[in-house]
Design a protein around this ligand. Structure first.
Ligand code: NDP
Length: 327
């Protein structure tokens, strides 16, 4: 095993290439994992195509997610054969990541693949679904409940958004899904559980600091003017989470929703989530997500196609989740 070579996507500043690697490439961490699946998240798309902001060192094996089996471990919790998954925790950013046949990781950050899901569906959830679950947990910690009122999901056609729609609907929330592609995605979003599908344009900040109070909660994956518009439409004492910047890193809004309507904005960082919260998010995903719905928004590509699959995320034409079959 120690002499075995394996394929992996190696990212550099100019982009990533698929290379044959040896175990000596990997970081010296406590747990070796045979990777079965990875996935394509927005950050992976950036790293694979040489866009800045993700790689903290290079060359680096790309891939912020992995799902596979433990080969050997010095960590007390893990033994050979355990089915595990890992999201973030530095993978594909400052540690070698999951878009390769073999990985060395910190056992503290691993989560056992829930038996109800199995490895392929755990990979389909990936960082995107994990982040959707972290957002739900954060909203609920701050008092949101199904009876509080509807919840707006932005970027609903993407990875975070599509899992969020299914998860929130399964948790009995009334979900309003906002997308830039309503004609293309309305029926898919309705099938996932959205009660209403809005054109993103109707959420965008109109320049007015406050709008009609339309939703009790917001799960935002987009940022920019969409986030500003979503906050302007929050009900009094409403709560929003923000995790992404697919629509811009700036916040072109005002403080008025905060100081006149008492709304709260919560930040979500999946990468440095502590172990107990990782477990809680995965338990919620396993309890709530309908496997058939998850399958309906999942496509699987071979390792060699990872970079091509990533291009569609950057073009804004990807939908749902893309699993990379590494084995
Ligand atoms: P995807 O590319 O799968 O989805 C992004 C979605 O955003 C698109 O499908 C599209 O949805 C919408 N979108 C794209 N371009 C624009 C635009 N210009 N204006 C408004 N909306 C746009 O990415 P993910 O779902 O994987 O990630 C979403 C964001 O969340 C990314 O910025 C990512 O980096 C971030 N993220 C952050 C995490 C964290 O820990 N903080 C973890 C995971 C993701 P539609 O077509 O329906 O409008």
């Amino acid at each position: 095993m120690d002499q075995e070579t394996f394929p992996g996507w190696v990212a550099r500043a100019a982009g990533a290439t698929l290379e044959q690697l040896g175990p000596a490439t990997l970081d010296d961490l406590d747990t070796a994992v045979r990777v079965r699946y990875s996935s394509i998240n927005y950050k992976d798309a950036l790293a694979l195509h040489g866009r800045p902001g993700v790689l903290r060192r290079h060359p680096l094996i790309a891939g912020i997610d992995l799902t596979g089996e433990v080969l050997k471990s010095r960590h007390p919790r893990w033994k050979a054969g355990d089915a595990v998954t890992l999201n973030g925790a530095g993978l594909g950013e400052d540690l070698h990541g999951g878009l390769a046949g073999l990985a060395a990781v910190n056992g503290d950050d691993l989560v056992l693949v829930p038996a109800q899901l199995g490895p392929l569906r755990a990979a389909a959830i990936g960082t995107a679904g994990f982040t959707a679950a972290l957002s739900l947990l954060a909203l609920e910690r701050h008092g949101l409940a199904p009876e509080t009122g509807p919840i707006l999901v932005t970027g609903a056609g993407g990875g975070v958004g599509s899992v969020a729609v299914a998860l929130l609907a399964a948790a009995r929330y009334e979900v309003i899904a906002a997308t830039g592609r309503p004609a293309e995605l309305s029926s898919q979003l309705t099938a996932l559980g959205a009660a209403q599908v809005l054109d993103r344009a109707s959420v965008l900040s109109s320049g007015k600091p406050l709008g009609k109070q339309r939703w009790a909660g917001v799960l935002d994956a987009v940022g920019g003017p969409v986030l500003a518009g979503a906050l302007a439409g929050l009900q009094h004492s409403g709560v929003a989470t923000t995790c992404g910047l697919a629509g811009g890193a700036e916040y072109p809004g005002t403080v008025l929703p905060f100081i006149l309507r008492g709304v709260s904005l919560l930040g979500i960082d999946s990468v440095r989530t502590p172990p107990l919260r990782r477990e809680a998010a995965w338990q919620r995903l396993a309890q709530l997500l309908d496997p058939a719905l998850l399958d309906s928004v999942t496509r699987v590509v071979p390792l060699s196609d990872a970079k091509d699959a990533a291009a569609s995320l950057l073009a804004g034409t990807g939908t749902g989740r893309t699993v990379v079959d590494v084995a």
